[in-house]
Design a protein. Sequence first.
Lengths: 187, 579
Amino acid sequence: MTSSSFPLRRALSTFALVGALASVPSMAVAQDNIAPSFTLRDVNNKDYSVTVKDGQLMVGSTDKLEPKKAVLVSFWATWCGPCKLEMPHVDALDKQFADQGFEGISISIDDSRAYSQARAYVKGRKFQFNALFDKESKVVAMFNPSKTLPYTVILDGQGKIRHVHTGYNPGDEKKLEAEIKAILDEG
Amino acid sequence: MHRRAAIATAVLLGLAARPASAFELWGTGPLSGSTVQITTNFDLRYHHVPDKLEGFEDRNILDYWEEVFRNNLLLTKEGLVIGLQVDQAAYFSNRYRLDGVVIDERFLYDENWQSPFDHSLVRMEKLYLIKRWDNVEVGLGDNYASYGRGLALNAIKNTAIDIDTSIRGVTFMANSGDFEVSGITGLTNTQDVSMFNPNVAITEDTQHMITGMRLAHYGVGPAQLGVHGVMYRFARELDAELPPMSRYGDDIDLRVVGATAEVLGVAGIDWYLEGDLFDYHGEEMIGDETLERLTGYGVYTSATAYPGNATVQFEAKRTKDTERINTFLGAENWEAAAAPTLEYELVITEDASATVNSNDLTGALIRVDYNAKGGDLIPYVSGVAFHDADVGGEHFNSVPENIGHGITGVQWFKGRQSLQLNTGYRIDQRTDIDFGADQMTHLDATWIFPVNPRDTFEVSVNARKFQWGVNPLQQEDFLEMNNALAYHLGSEWVFIVYQDFTNNPIIQSEGNLKFIDPASYGQDEDSLYGAAEVIFHPKPAATLRLFYGGYKAGIRCAGGQCRSLPGFEGGRVTWQTTF
């Protein structure tokens, strides 16, 4: 390794370059990002998909996809305390808006070692929402590359990511409820 | 002045980086209509180093600044995902020069690393492309794989301890009817820059070859059956300067084959059974030059029932020489495969890690949860028993030992109030009574309660008391704690005070609350740590954190892997936007 007279300047130059790359102005045609499609296994080991087809958000088992007006996707793990606080609220929202074209989905990012525990957790608590398992970190890497938990995403009927929440503080469920209601009210 | 300007510029650049860049690509090319998302994480840390440079005891010469910048780009189009992660890290004020002579210098990366900058590096950590058709998926670049319950292969992101080792190569998956086949082949690619822990002397990757394949048959009645195989060929780290292919041994180092069976809902029980065989070649893997090969095996089973409002879970495992693979990778701080530990991993330490690292372990767990009050009150109790017959390796026992660990806890929710509590006692009893027993008592609790209609207060206590039997290091008993008080001001602000304590004599950090007279508390000097943090969410998807203070070093385990985390004293600014 060679010594430089201006290590600080060089380091700053590097940082400025990366910073500038990250600061590329938005060439925004659409403000909202289309959610990546994915398929995972549910508690019954069945395929369950969230996908966008012809501009419509479709959710369900691979052979029985249904259109939805709004979907909440909540990422959690068995070792995440705040996630466990949020999950009953996700379940309540799923029940509250189920007949209006809304669906709540939880995705465990526990690896396969903890799969038995993660499945027992959601089944044992008798949550009604669809619980999926991302044992190989594939889906969380697309939605949430920094992998902060809990991490909650709300999609509209076109599959656009309309709201993202990192972390959970008591009372946040009111915001989630308002955001879901606003999307559903759009028709 | 240069230093101040650099820091100010770095902060401004970090904050100015687009927090949420989602845009759609124009044109008529193959990527037209794709949407692009950029996620930015920025961390600027001021490290205060309590040690003084000899001859310069009046100055904090060893203090330095560190900056880390992570950018993730994600391009999505129907059936197509392209991802890129670029990390950049730099040191500032890490050299002390006197009269033109460099007196001290701290290096961000080791001398084998190729970077045009002395104290900064840019690293393309991850790059992947995944294309999916109706029944086929192909991936190029960095991907992950986990077979069965992780005994044969478990290359995944481990978020909790900031480990991310992917397999850079090719993956595929195809399904037809109830059959699914998938495979992966490539070289391991370790994430080099840590976003959350200090980066020190970053080393170049040692790229190992991994090839795996899995076949699953779903829908055999209520059962799912699977078989898998994995081959490992490890690069020898000591030969890192040699041409890439010459780093590998002459033969495949390890072959693993396994089978799984999962049956759901039969007699109201979810069943799982897995068996794996390990076939090691090479002296480095076996540890005995008189043997040309060594075989190991692992068996894991679980059964979960849901009678009434209860959940009853049983897990058991038997592993023999399955951990040799991870012992080989020990210096690289990640694990290629790991069996379920059956343990409460937050209380595993380097001194009580037999359930993680043993090469000859038999154990079982039973846990019962009960849903009371419609799920608002959930008490639970669990018990685990192991027999660890491994008397070598990195853990303390030189004779076999029997391990028992009982835990009880409760989750309670009522409106905006909640309590998550568990406490337990673990004993590692040596079969030779002269060696005594290691004992640990632990308590973890988080209580959140409303202060007013808008705000809540959080009290978090985590304590572990260790008492040791006879071991080679003859470590002294110690107590360690991580506590915190947090005030949640609405959803936007959180104000936190942290307090750590440890009187572990071999801890690799010093407490920063030395103004508190240790004698008056009967404790050692350097045992108390304090810190404060303000967290601000200007919008739900963005977080700004301001931290100042110190926390202790320690080991943290998650996902069957453990990482030694260095202590920290100083300040840090963190800006994170996730969309």
